[in-house]
Design a protein around this ligand. Structure first.
Ligand code: SF4
Length: 406
């Protein structure tokens, strides 16, 4: 895979050495077992795959290059580049301004932009409506478009489904930038509707099966269906695509469930007549990082720490997987570990940051599972390792560990 020019501050010499070594030893990416950092009284198990993905590195490289090549120009980002607060703050420190917040609320009006300005499209992509607005102003969107190719793949898949006259069901988070962009692209080709989770898929199934009156659909799925959607007609042939960062097991379960519902309703029927046969549209990073967490969880441990932006979808799914097995702390940087007694961490269910005391059990060796999301710099993970090791009487400094992986 292509390598990118990403600011050195985001890298970690230790983690780069570990990733390089693991890659050399497992070129086909078949081994999802973690890497053990054995400090004696403290054992940290690092997931096989975590951290910056292709799309994130690509977006960061383009953003910083744009700043470098365009001194004196107004440079805007449509919204957050990626869901990592440090990277977004760094971009703002380089005078990049955000036009919208992460939920699409306008911060700087479009009429303040001129054709001399630069507008970067984030890795999540954007809606056709916004693209049109920018073109109308005279902004060259192609040159500064950092949309991840794996997101574009979802748009292409939905277009293929649409061309065969299937309605596009998008499994994703309706407010997430990527899902809003995918919805806009899908809706330009076919009736489209978003389902957030299995609960919503079950409600949608009632309209497919004719168990609920079509009129109720418009209230129940308000804001999640395309203009002109006809619930009585548009749920007779469907195909499912998904936001690239959803939980793999949910994605599969929802597609299988909806397929089952539509086949039951129209049986006897040739499946293809009613359900587009597509594989999920999760990206490679989501698959790798989730499989690596499954591999990580095979190690019996005392707790897990997941590092990433609190609004990062892919990170929250790693947390979800860990939470099923052991106490899990979702933090966005080492500073959230206040001391060996206290940790401030994000509860993604309630969207609150909470303080937990005595999070490190008083035992030796203590075993910690560690991973991070696809938009999290490795330097932050190394910061977490350094912080935790500082609480223990450890003979091997972190720098010395690098030698073991070179
Ligand atoms: S998480 Fe996947 S889709 Fe999103 S930017 Fe990374 S590679 Fe692209």
């Amino acid at each position: 895979m292509k390598s990118f020019d990403v600011p050195i501050i985001y890298r970690s010499p230790l983690i780069s050495a570990i990733k390089k070594k693991r890659k050399e030893m497992d070129k086909m990416k078949k081994d999802f077992s973690p890497t053990l950092l054995d400090f004696g009284p403290l054992q940290i198990y690092l997931a096989r795959h975590f951290g910056f993905c292709y799309g994130v590195e690509n977006a960061i490289e383009i953003a910083f290059r744009t700043v470098e090549e365009n001194p004196g120009k107004n440079i805007y980002l449509l919204s957050e580049m990626i869901h990592n607060p440090q990277v977004n703050a760094d971009l703002q420190a380089h005078d990049i301004q955000f036009l919208q917040d992460t939920y699409g609320k306008q911060i700087i009006p479009f009429d303040k932009i001129t054709s001399d300005d630069i507008v970067l499209i984030p890795a999540f992509g954007t809606t056709l409506e916004i693209e049109e607005k920018l073109k109308h102003i005279g902004i060259q969107t192609e040159k500064y478009n950092t949309t991840c190719p794996f997101v574009e793949k979802v748009w292409n898949r939905s277009e293929v489904i649409a061309k065969k006259d299937y309605t596009v069901i998008i499994h994703g988070k309706p407010k997430h930038e990527e899902t809003r962009a995918t919805f806009s692209h899908a809706a330009s080709n076919a009736p489209s509707v978003i389902v957030t989770d299995m609960n919503e898929a079950k409600q949608l199934a009632k309209y497919i099966a004719g168990e609920k009156k079509a009129e109720e659909f418009y209230t129940e799925f308000k804001g999640q269906y395309s203009p002109g959607f006809d619930a009585a007609k548009d749920l007779q042939r469907i195909g499912v695509v998904n936001q690239t960062t959803m939980l793999a097991s949910d994605t599969q379960a929802i597609a299988d469930y909806l397929k089952d519902v539509i086949i039951k309703k129209y049986k006897p029927v040739n499946t293809e007549e009613r359900f587009a046969d597509t594989r999920d549209t999760l990206c490679y990073a989501t698959n790798d990082n989730q499989s690596a967490v499954v591999g990580l969880l095979e190690t019996a441990a005392d707790l897990a720490i997941v590092v990433g932006g609190y609004n990062s979808s892919n990170t929250s799914h790693l947390v979800e997987l860990c939470e099923e097995k052991l106490p899990t702390y979702f933090i966005n940087g080492a500073e959230k570990i206040i001391s060996d007694k206290e940790i401030l961490h994000h509860n993604f269910h309630t969207k609150e940051e909470i303080l937990t005391t005595d999070f490190l059990p008083a035992k030796e060796p203590i075993k910690i599972l560690l991973t991070s999301g696809a938009s999290c710099p490795d330097a932050l993970v190394e910061g977490v390792i350094n912080k935790i090791t500082s609480f223990y009487n450890i003979d091997t400094p972190v720098e010395e560990l690098i030698g073991l992986f070179e």
